[in-house]
Design a protein around this ligand. Sequence first.
Ligand SMILES: NC(=O)c1ccc[n+]([C@@H]2O[C@H](COP(=O)([O-])OP(=O)(O)OC[C@H]3O[C@@H](n4cnc5c(N)ncnc54)[C@H](O)[C@@H]3O)[C@@H](O)[C@H]2O)c1
Length: 437
Amino acid sequence: MRNICVIGVGYVGLVSGACLADLGNHVICLNRNESKSDNLKTGIMPIYEPGLEEIVRRNYAAGRLDFTTSYDEALKDVEFVLIAVGTPSGAEGEADLAHVNQASEGIAKRLRQPIIIVNKSTVPIGTGDWVADIVRENMPDDDIDFSVVSNPEFLREGSGVYDFMNPDRIVLGSLDPGAAQRVAELYYPLQAPIIITDLRTAEMIKYASNAFLATKISFINEIANICEALGADVTEVARGMGMDQRIGPLFLGAGVGWGGSCFPKDVKALAHMAATHGCHPQLLRAVTDINYDQRKRVIQKLRDMLGGFRGKTIGILGLAFKPNTDDMRDAPSIEIIHMLQHEGAQIKAYDPQAMETAKRLLTDVNYCENPYAVAEDADALILVTEWNEFKQLDMMRIKSSMRQPILLDGRNIYDPRRMQEMGFIHRGMGRGYNEVV
Ligand SMILES: NC(=O)c1ccc[n+]([C@@H]2O[C@H](COP(=O)([O-])OP(=O)(O)OC[C@H]3O[C@@H](n4cnc5c(N)ncnc54)[C@H](O)[C@@H]3O)[C@@H](O)[C@H]2O)c1
């Protein structure tokens, strides 16, 4: 059993804290908001993440997990402090490190015993050294030992608990191999491969991984657009490509593109780092451009089908940036809805989890109780997020309540032929063959 403090109770901090407690450690999670801490103690989660509430409740009840807003309380007797605060995009696309700075200063000022600072936030290359400098400058006593270990997190929102407990690999980077080894021991129960490297390389592994995944999606979206022009079906193309072991089947789903709290900001931050160090990140820029064009493409397709949006009602199925999360950060739905509203459309929408968050971001939207209510009197439906509950809808009921049976499947979850047989005017993303014949 180890004493661990986790700073930040978002998707990474809360999942990491709860899972480390579940592995038998004593974990105290620090955040800045008293009511969030009180809520967590009563089992009310600040975010939606499948399975998280149960694991938080169980470990809090067992006395292995606690919550506080006090640095003094959080840092008392801990051996490890995990930084899991947000690193959003700054004005130029760079990662904004204000929260990491605050957390590092907060740790330093209350340093009373030797600790290992484990950085789980996604941070620019070199941040580990910078954190060490901040701690050295602010610590009350120069003789206290501390080390910084980079431990980038790879969990996916929507399956965060599973991913934390079943990682493909654990990456640790430090100038102090002994400290990295001690962090590795925290993860031994997970029986995952562990890579121990230097700080900067560990930080780079995270950015390179996210940039590669975003590239894969933008690649297939570009192929999808070419498929449409040439009469091929991208879903079959992706299946055929994915069976090649060098390529693999994952992240080859064509659609409205990626969003969320990580890919957009991480690709931008990597491009920014590259550009400010004399490199030309052409691929990274193209990856981002293709992604944002994909959202415009949805509007263009629908405009072609409807002949314009003024006076039209468009139903949106799914608002979260992906299924199984309530996260709306840079969700494609936001830009798509803004563009539709700008061109005069009325919007109806439904999402199983993200509507409360969406209400703070998207105004003049008729938020509906279910997908059927969205379809009522709609001139067109756009499937934006592929929640499971949209996969087996009563499509005849949907069609019969719409003003016009226009269906734009932004994630290719419906069979184009079946939809056409049912009488929908259906468009997918990159499904040229099905739309030509
Ligand atoms: N969300 C993901 O799927 C994911 C996956 C891997 C890595 N990451 C990275 O992990 C980091 C955190 O992401 P997230 O999605 O969990 O963010 P988040 O916005 O959900 O959570 C951040 C948390 O940090 C808290 N916080 C900020 N400054 C603080 C401070 N000074 N003291 C205490 N708490 C503070 C916020 O209140 C919030 O609870 C980011 O760098 C992100 O890129 C995220």
